[in-house]
Design a protein around this ligand. Structure first.
Ligand code: ABU
Length: 500
């Protein structure tokens, strides 16, 4: 009974051990209940409420912060309600995001991490985690294909920040004076990324003071792959305008289409023009774990830096993203400031393990333990099988869609990654000829179905327009819990919710 007890009765209060154990065991029961239900198909993916409804408070669940402490009983109710009104991203029918699933070992790792509650800046406070980060980075670098005497990296808060690091490093590599003298001492820099690449490249250029307009968007083919000849002509055209190209971002697994840019061709161009080649493999990096699919990233070993997010295709709990850098020492040189209160050089251990000064952050969350633990539990082979299964699911959906007349694929080719893009065509649009009227009406179909889907809570999938294509659904598979029956359900549910 926690109705008359509050947090001040828990540890570190003297004699608080029993109460602390009882409270945490109760919390674990709530979490276990959630985890067990999360993969049950009979449970909802979400219990949607509009922001104003959640803010007003539902069935006693209030977001307001009190002046007086709440009882632990209320704290447990708050925990249960927080999960109840959230989204079950581990549900086998959650197809909305590139990161999904609920890996039990990963969850255990995350629990341990928050219990350890330490900081990744120095070996002094994170000896084990710092060494685990080194082991993971080395492993990932060797899987990318770099030799033992090259490679560096750091785990950071998501793919956007990993991509930002790559631009920061490239700029520093060519113009080290930028660190102290700033952008006004540099020529006008331009960088290149495909029109299907992630918006983080533009966002980083803006944040780093280069300007988002100085990211030159390179044309893609119908399948969403960067066209190498377009890249080269854009570089030449920029040089003719007096601009200074320094960096190319190639994508291995684009966010919407799941396309892989031709990395070897791009590497040749970067070599010819002496440009930094980055590969954003935030989404596609997981395929390196699969013997069957890793050839789709051929040429990645020629990259100067790579973004790889294990919280996507490898199913690690959020967040878990690495920036891998081929040239050893550059991260440190670029970012170090040597704060004397933290990175003392006269410590009694090897201070090269105080890796925090490689980072643009000071405090850094321990993102590595859950991945290290998952790797121990599955082995590299286990990740490979997981990836294979997700891609088999994608092929299954592709086959189903090809056989149906009420759906249309956005592009006809077989999927390379686990993204499948398609339109649902409601009965009223099936006889309309292609053209503006049909497009206008088709554009409204996916958002309408998605709103019905969210209200019902049975399944969740994303949609977007892209260039000239009106709103279409994007289904992605990264959750090992998803089976073919969930894919059949998705299509039936879309057609139920979308019928006029
Ligand atoms: N950072 C890209 C994530 C996008 C997605 O999950 O759909």
């Amino acid at each position: 009974d926690f109705s008359s007890i509050s947090s001040k009765d828990l540890l570190p209060a003297s004699g608080g051990e029993e109460m602390t154990k009882g409270f945490l065991q109760e919390l674990v029961n709530i979490l276990l209940d959630y985890i067990c239900k999360s993969s049950q198909r009979s449970s909802k993916v979400l219990d949607f409420h509009h922001p104003h409804q959640l803010k007003e408070g539902l069935e006693g669940f209030s977001l307001d912060l009190p002046e007086q402490p709440e009882t632990l009983e209320q704290i447990l109710v708050d925990c249960r309600d927080t999960l109840k009104y959230g989204v079950n991203t581990g549900h086998p029918r959650f197809f909305n995001q590139l990161s999904s699933g609920l890996d039990v070992i990963g969850v255990a790792g995350e629990w341990l991490t928050s219990t350890a509650n330490t900081n990744m800046f120095t070996y002094e406070v994170s000896p084990v985690f710092i060494l685990m980060e080194e082991v993971l980075l080395r492993k990932m670098q060797s899987i990318v294909g770099w030799s033992d005497d090259e490679g560096d990296g750091i785990f950071c808060p998501g793919g956007t920040i990993s991509n930002l690091y790559s631009i920061l490093l490239a700029r520093f590599y060519f113009f080290p004076e930028v660190k102290t003298r700033g952008m006004s001492h540099l020529p006008q820099l331009v960088l290149f990324s495909s029109e299907h690449s992630h918006y983080s490249v533009k966002k980083s250029a803006a944040a780093l003071g280069m300007g988002s307009d100085n990211v030159i968007m390179v044309k893609c083919d119908e399948r969403g792959k960067m066209i190498p000849a377009e890249l080269e002509s854009s570089i030449v055209a920029a040089e003719e305008r007096g601009l200074v190209p320094f960096y190319v971002n190639a994508t291995a697994g684009t966010t919407v289409y799941g396309a892989f840019d031709p990395l070897n061709d791009i590497a040749d161009i970067c070599h010819r023009h002496t440009l930094w080649m980055h590969v954003d493999a935030a989404w596609g990096g997981g395929l390196l774990m699969s013997h069957r699919h890793r050839m789709k990233l051929q040429g990645i070993e020629r990259a100067w830096s790579v973004t790889w997010n294990p919280h996507k295709m490898m199913g690690s709990p959020l967040q878990c993203s690495a920036i891998l850098v081929k040239k050893r020492g550059l991260l440190q040189e670029c970012n170090e400031l040597g704060a004397e209160y933290l990175f003392q050089t006269d410590k009694h251990y090897d201070v090269s393990y105080d890796t925090g000064d490689k980072s643009i952050q000071c405090g850094r969350h321990v993102d590595v333990f859950k991945l290290w633990l998952m790797w121990k539990a599955k082995g590299s082979e286990g990740f490979g099988s997981q990836v294979n299964k997700c891609l088999e699911n994608a092929e299954y959906l592709y086959d189903r869609l090809q056989r149906r007349t009420d759906f249309e694929l956005v592009f006809k080719n077989k999927p390379e990654h686990s993204n499948i893009c398609f339109w649902y065509i409601p009965p009223s649009l099936r006889s309309l000829p292609p053209g503006a009227d049909r497009d206008t009406r088709l554009h409204q179909v996916a958002p309408r179905i998605k709103s019905r889907m969210m209200e019902k809570g049975s399944v969740l999938i994303g949609y977007q327009p892209l260039a000239t294509k009106v709103n279409f659904f994007r289904c992605v598979f990264s959750n090992p819990a998803t089976q073919q029956e969930d894919i059949d359900f998705l299509l039936e549910e879309i057609s139920r919710l979308g019928s006029d």
